[in-house]
Design a protein around this ligand. Sequence first.
Ligand SMILES: Nc1ncnc2c1ncn2[C@@H]1O[C@H](COP(=O)(O)OP(=O)(O)OP(=O)(O)O)[C@@H](O)[C@H]1O
Length: 290
Amino acid sequence: MEQLSINHISKRFGRQLVLDDVSFTLAPAKIYGLLGRNGAGKSTLLNIITNRIFPTSGTVKLGDLDTNNNDDALGKMFLMGEANLYPKRTSIRRTFDLANEAYGQFNYQTAARQLQEFGLDDQQHVNDLSTGQRTIAKLVLALNVDADYILMDEPVLGLDATHRDLFYKELLKSYQAKPRTFVLSPHLIEEVAQLVEHVVIIDQHKVIADDQVQHLLDLAHTVSGPAKLVDEYTAGLRVLASENLGNIKTAYLLDDLDDQRVIPDQVKLGHYDLQHLFIYLTSGGEHNND
Ligand SMILES: Nc1ncnc2c1ncn2[C@@H]1O[C@H](COP(=O)(O)OP(=O)(O)OP(=O)(O)O)[C@@H](O)[C@H]1O
């Protein structure tokens, strides 16, 4: 398996710049999160990676080969999209057959078990399903298609909590049985924090973070205590946001805490989670209530 590189991708729709010089790489056999606020350009990027739409500039390469109109490379990638592209009265089974024709080696056995666990029948028509059921049909398809890179746009759209839980478990099982790269572009960030190894965050059209989740969480510190002491302690550090409650201040940092720094008795250190890190990184200072 070769790595997939996204190189200096920019995309304009008319006068609107949606992606501005976006670059990152996706390594084989790893689970990624592609995160961004509504309208950040995630779907656009996933569509560009899989050659459904074209960038204004930049390239996507699998190994050394440009994927543009390259059937071999495109045959190694599968996009589970939002749009429902199937004709009316297409059964779930038919979508499996189409994937089998296009990619080969569709895993019918696991797909049948998963459909049963999710309470669907492969003779049901995709267009007759509820929003959540349609997502399930697409997920089961995506989990069983034979591709090295599986891109899932809004993977849990409309799924209830039980089905989301089942999907996360099935994704891990599928990954363990056959390691390949998954890119999830979800809005329920905290739910995928355990699953995803690496995140790419897009904001204001650009990549603002491209890092291992654990590394980011190690840097995500809270510092709270009397405002003056917190300000002194955090001077020179990267403070993403802060909150004041009376004289007590909490600062949310994304930085290493130098062991040499003396922590005043009244100041407490802690950690915060990936979802809050995402919020503070992408809210452009909206969360400072100083
Ligand atoms: N075909 C198109 N023509 C014009 N503008 C488009 C087109 N497709 C997307 N856009 C615009 O590009 C921007 C990014 O859209 P995109 O769907 O990629 O965002 P997203 O990050 O997937 O958002 P969400 O999380 O809300 O699904 C939006 O402002 C959208 O209106």
